[in-house]
Design a binder for this molecule. Structure first.
Ligand code: ADP
Length: 458
């Protein structure tokens, strides 16, 4: 069923991004918004807008009945959930399909299967994808957890099967700590995710985070190469690149192929990301999870492959086959994205919602700023703090870092405290330039006062 009218069930920069993609395909758009978002940029851009409830997300962007009613009232024939909110909610995907609408994403069963991280591990193993050594599936009691931990060796991570967003992960260094943490982790996971299920993974020392973009149409699946997202704070990505630095061709090929194999093995439909940890010391990579949605950092892949991933996922949801075969997908140059958040990096990343008094954006070839801002816009305090993503593309990684540094100089968001000073300092950092970073690099760097020192010098 070709999509004619798409309801955007999200906000912020991704809503703007989805509307642009829909417009490029000649599809009409309806922007769903909360009462607090009536003046956001996507509302102004869409053909129609519909209020779905009050400011708290639970009563608007997360309300399945409100979103479905909005689609029905406006005659939309498809819903794009963006990322976060309802994007990985299998019940929502099922309800959308049952209402006779197209869900821009994989089938509800696929979301369910991959959303349970313990089950996703089993699916990965069955597809021949290496996983982090750990428990075979869920650990239902302390004895099973201990047996799994002893088999792979301490330290281990206790992870919530339903976890996400870097939450619900705990480290146990020995049997005593495991025995102490397991019941606590279980009740916390139950409270946070409505599912107390846990599984055990070996703690990989200073791994890098490398992930592979995939696209599938239910029958065929391809990969669009990899991204490096090793710069993290509190297990949240801060700075992202395409591709990963210093991977040899053979490892890259095996890694990317394993992601496409996994997607194909579940009849994946839409855009997805298969996430891995990469151990620099051994050159081994291990599956950690699959995200069944578009990701924040998708633009770096778009820059190096030239593929419009959001348009592609909308076309697939409209029943079309993949428009590309694997051998038509190639990487050109290097791309970097930084997340510009309304947070003060010099004050423990305290949120700083405020009014944008002036705005100056970088321009030029290979520079992109995905955002939802305009002068005079009041950032609502109810949602996450992402203001936009600055993305650059250059022939080499070194040139991309240089380009990022100058684009950051040109970017001015008046009236707000943002993470721009952090990114400026990172762009000047020798370890980063040399690729000597991993997922445990940024936090100690911050704790050692490097950011304060860099901003005082500037
Ligand atoms: P979430 O679903 O909450 O994002 P992930 O399983 O994707 O959790 O892990 C998030 C991050 O936590 C990873 O990018 C990595 O930095 C760290 N991490 C996860 N598993 C391990 C592990 N086994 N060893 C070391 N670090 C890990």
């Amino acid at each position: 069923m070709a999509i004619r009218k798409l309801l955007v069930a999200n906000r912020g920069e991704i809503a703007v991004r989805i509307i642009r993609a829909a417009q490029s395909l000649g599809i009409r758009t309806v922007q769903a918004h909360s009462e607090a978002d009536a003046d956001m940029l996507a509302v102004r851009m869409a053909d129609e807008a519909v209020c779905v409830g009050p400011a708290p997300a639970a009563q608007s962007y997360l309300s399945v009945p409100a979103i479905l009613a909005a689609a029905e009232d406006t005659g939309a024939d498809a819903i794009h959930p963006g990322y976060g909110f309802l994007s990985e909610n299998a019940g929502f995907a099922r309800a959308v399909a049952e209402a006779g609408l197209a869900f821009v994403g994989p089938a509800a069963d696929t979301i369910e299967r991959m959303g349970d991280k313990a089950r996703a591990r089993e699916t990965a193993i069955a597809a021949g994808v290496p996983v982090v050594p750990g428990s075979a599936g869920r650990v239902e009691d302390a004895a099973t957890a201990l047996a799994a931990a002893q088999e792979v060796g301490f330290p281990v991570l206790l992870k919530a099967a339903a976890g996400g967003g870097g939450r619900g992960i705990r480290i146990a260094h020995d049997a005593d700590e495991l025995a102490q943490l397991a019941p606590q982790a279980r009740s916390e996971a139950q409270a946070a995710f409505g599912d107390g299920g846990l599984y055990v993974e070996k703690l990989i020392l200073n791994p890098r985070h490398i992930e592979v973009q995939v696209l599938g149409d239910g029958t065929q699946a391809v990969h669009c190469y990899e991204r490096e997202c090793s710069l993290q704070r509190r297990r949240q990505k801060v700075w992202e690149e395409a591709g990963a630095f210093g991977l040899d061709a053979q490892t890259r090929e095996a890694l990317c192929k394993s992601a496409a194999d996994l997607a194909r093995s579940v009849g994946y439909s839409g855009a997805g990301t298969v996430e891995y940890l990469y151990d620099d010391a051994s050159g081994a990579f291990y599956f950690i999870e699959m995200n069944t949605r578009i990701q924040v950092e998708h633009p770096v892949t778009e820059m190096v492959t030239g593929i419009d991933l959001v348009a592609e996922m909308i076309r697939i949801a409209g029943g079309e086959a993949l428009s590309l075969t694997q051998d038509q997908i190639a990487v050109n140059g290097h791309a970097i994205e930084v997340r510009v958040n309304a947070e003060d990096p010099l004050r423990q990343f305290m949120p700083f919602p405020g009014k944008l008094t002036s705005m100056r954006l970088p321009e030029g070839e290979g520079v992109r700023f995905d955002h939802f801002l305009y002068e005079g816009y009041q950032i609502p305090p109810f949602y996450d703090s992402l203001l936009g993503k600055l993305i650059v593309h250059a022939p080499s990684r070194g040139a991309a870092i240089d380009k990022m540094a100058s684009a950051l100089e040109a970017l001015e968001l008046g009236g707000l405290r943002t993470t721009i000073p952090l990114h400026k300092a990172l762009a000047a950092e020798a370890d980063l330039r040399a690729g000597r970073v991993h997922t445990q690099w940024l936090e100690p760097w911050l704790e050692a006062g490097n950011l304060t020192a860099a901003t005082e010098e500037a």
